[in-house]
Structures are given as structure tokens and as C-alpha cells.
Design a protein around this ligand. Structure first.
Ligand code: BG6
Length: 278
């Protein structure tokens, strides 16, 4: 923390005024600018004082997605990570962070030994967020994980999501499983869906541009918007803000990832801002 009590963060400045901000609290990316526009949504009511996971940006879900034995969405998003290093390369800049187990996490949260290395890398038009999961334990373990990206959109009802057609999804609002029939998906109500085993690139189009979401070793995509009523129930979400955001979250949550002792896996996403040619 600095003298004013603000939490520590790392700011990356890339080419063409691109930038990103990452809080050590949760290693949460809280801002990403590309093409002079902010691409991520953070609620004006978000807690940025370390008392609650950040409502916006890219909270990291590990080792449990959703409710269960651990706190909702696990503990990676509410621990303070270690800043490892930053790096300048040919096309941009990156920063790396680390979170590992300790006596407290093993005793009170999750009994396993692990090391997570998280790398955020920006160029003029892209941001990649890649996690290396390492099992440093003597036994195999399983987990679910997800990058809970809150995309900023001018009007959610106008945002068009492609790449989900034909995928099986679990609809957590309606409590049903079904197959997505639509080539172009729009969100116009409280939506909370896990699309399973999504095969290719998903993109979100708005205002003559799109953000393409490419995944590495993550199988599923969660689409989430709380809409008016649910937003009003959340203390850290402004009542009217639901129209400015759409969560497109990449992860493996419908199945688990298992790692044997000494084994590692790299999982993540590459977000690319592209012009839509008319
Ligand atoms: C989504 C879940 O990933 O996260 C939703 O699918 C959940 O069910 C949402 O409501 C927000 O979770 P939280 O813990 O940040 O309020």
C-alpha cells in the first residue's frame, strides 16, 4: 500500500497509448486501453480496498468456480500476489505475478501445494493473460479456473457475440441445458450460461469493432450479465451499470483440470481489438 492507503498496482504502458493496470490484490487487471478506449468494465461501486474481490476487470477464479467447499470462485481473486517482473519486447510490454500456497491456505482453504505464475502482456491491439499452474505437491490435485473478464460495451443489448453456435450450455438462470442455435447471440436479460467445450474463437462486436477472444487450454466460456434486478441486489454494482458490461469468461469449469506432482499447464486468453470491415 502507498501512503494514501491505496492498494499497490502495476501499470503497463504499451505502444499507441495502450495501457493496462493490474492490482496485486487478486492480480486483478482493472484497466486495459487499446485504440484510446477503455475495454474493461469496473463498477463505480467496486471495492478497491482489499475487502472484496474487484467487481470488474479480470478477477481470477481458482481453484473453484462458483459456490462450493471454498469461498465463491475460490481464493486467487482475494489474495495479494507477488509482483515478479516486467518486460519490454518487440511489440509491447508485460508483467508477471506469482501466488503460491502457504500454511494458512493449506490449513484453512485448500490442502494443496501449488505455484501460479500469471503473465499479462499488451501490444497496441491485444492483451494476453496467461496462467501457469504448477503442482508442487506430493499428490495429484484437481481444480477449476476461469478468467472472469468484464468487457466494457457501449450498450449490452447491442453487443453481438459470435462463435457459440452449436455448443451445449448450462443455463444457470433457467436451470436447463440446451444447444445454442444462434450464430449471433445477444444478451437482453439476466443471463448466466456456461458454454461447454467451445471449439474456436468467440468475438464480441460493438460500434464497428470487435474484441476477439482466443483461448489456450481453457475449454469453456461463461456469458454473464446480472441485468437490473440482480445488479440492484449487489452492493458493489451500480444499479444502471449492467448496460455497460458483458462478462465473457474463459475457463475450464464444466470439467476439472488435474495435475500430477511436478506437472504444469499453461492456460489463458488472447483478446484482440479488430475493426469490423463493412
Ligand atoms: C459468474 C457466475 O461467473 O460470476 C455467476 O457464472 C456469478 O453465477 C458471477 O453470479 C459473479 O460472481 P461474484 O462472486 O463475483 O458475484
Amino acid at each position: 500500500n502507498d501512503a494514501s492507503g491505496n492498494l499497490e498496482r502495476v501499470v503497463l504502458h504499451g505502444p499507441k497509448n495502450s495501457s493496462a493496470e493490474i492490482y496485486l490484490y487478486g492480480a486483478t487487471v482493472t484497466a486495459w486501453k487499446s485504440g484510446n478506449k477503455e475495454r474493461l468494465f469496473v463498477s463505480k461501486s467496486a471495492k478497491l480496498d482489499g475487502t472484496k474481490a474487484v467487481r470488474g476487470g479480470i478477477p481470477l477464479v481458482f481453484p473453484q468456480f462458483g459456490p462450493g467447499a471454498l469461498p465463491q470462485h475460490g481464493f486467487a481473486r482475494t489474495r495479494v500476489w507477488k509482483f515478479l517482473s516486467s518486460n519490454i519486447h518487440g511489440e509491447g510490454v508485460s508483467a508477471s505475478f506469482e501466488l503460491s500456497d502457504n500454511e494458512e491456505t493449506r490449513a484453512s482453504l485448500w490442502p494443496h501445494k501449488f505455484i501460479l505464475i500469471y503473465k499479462v502482456d499488451i501490444t497496441a491491439d491485444t492483451m494476453s493473460t496467461i496462467m501457469k499452474f504448477e503442482n508442487t505437491d506430493e499428490a495429484e490435485f484437481e481444480f477449476t479456473s476461469l478468467m472472469h473478464t468484464y468487457l466494457r460495451v457501449p450498450d449490452v443489448a447491442e453487443a453481438k457475440v459470435h462463435g457459440l453456435q452449436g455448443c451445449v450450455y448450462a443455463d444457470k438462470v433457467k436451470g436447463v441445458r440446451a444447444v445454442e442455435e444462434r450464430e449471433e447471440v445477444t444478451v437482453v436479460a439476466n443471463e448466466d450460461r456456461v458454454y461447454e467445450n467451445v471449439p474456436g474463437v468467440v468475438d464480441v462486436g460493438y460500434g464497428g469493432e470487435r474484441v476477439a477472444v482466443r483461448r489456450f487450454n481453457f475449454k469453456d466460456i461463461v456469458l454473464w450479465n446480472p441485468w437490473a434486478e440482480k445488479a440492484a441486489e449487489m452492493s458493489d454494482f451500480g444499479d444502471d451499470e449492467y448496460s455497460e458490461m458483458l462478462c465473457v469468461e474463459v475457463g475450464t469449469v464444466a470439467s476439472t483440470i488435474s495435475l500430477k506432482p511436478g506437472q504444469t499447464i499453461l492456460c489463458g486468453q488472447l483478446l484482440t481489438v479488430e475493426k469490423i470491415s463493412q
